[in-house]
Design a protein around this ligand. Sequence first.
Ligand code: MN
Length: 244
Amino acid sequence: MAKLFISDLHLHQDRPEVTDLFQEFIHTLPTFSAPDPELYILGDLFEFWIGDDYEDPLHSEISDQLKNLVKSGIKTYLMHGNRDFFIGKDFLSKTGIKLLPEPTIFSYKNKRVMLSHGDSFCIDDVEYQAYRKIVRNQDWQKSFLNYPVQKRLDILNEARDASIQSQQIKSNEIMDVNQSEVAKVIQKNNIDILIHGHTHRPNIHTIDIDSKKSFRLVLGDWSQSTAKIIEWANDEPKLIDLIN
Ligand code: MN
């Protein structure tokens, strides 16, 4: 059995090539890492998601394909990202995908593993963390979901414009994870392997704390022709290239 990890596809109708790459990927998944691969989607599958009741042709198409994937016997898990944390019960029951809490910790091949979207480690971006705290609040989410679709779209577009503007003036370091925050979380939870996305900086980092060596594997975002994903089939997880 192999576990496959992906994140940050940011599926959107304006980027049909990424949708094609994803569809090709799920089509070949049953044989990709045979036998019995499991798929972990660690957030930002969609560029935006403003509620399960919002009807969008791309969202419906992807939901149907994921439903078929799960039906074919591929266990599929999803963690919310900062773009699609409104994915809710209806989507999950329609597709048969299981929602993973942020973070998720489990043991696998004698390793203690933590899965995260990754944005919670970016604590140097104080402005973003303040925003995150608001939008992850359950009361705020409830009132947002009660708005008519058009109002939700307006709020989304305003937030996106503001985010693009503020990202332009933030340094690269601010938008990456904070190393000591990562070390703190790894040590506190005794983690051997942390897998996350969000930063779009695919890499494998070694973290030495006291005499213990841990690893932080970062997934990549998807472009029209390639994606960095993680395959864990044997002893160690590997960062591999998916190429169209
Ligand atoms: Mn993200």
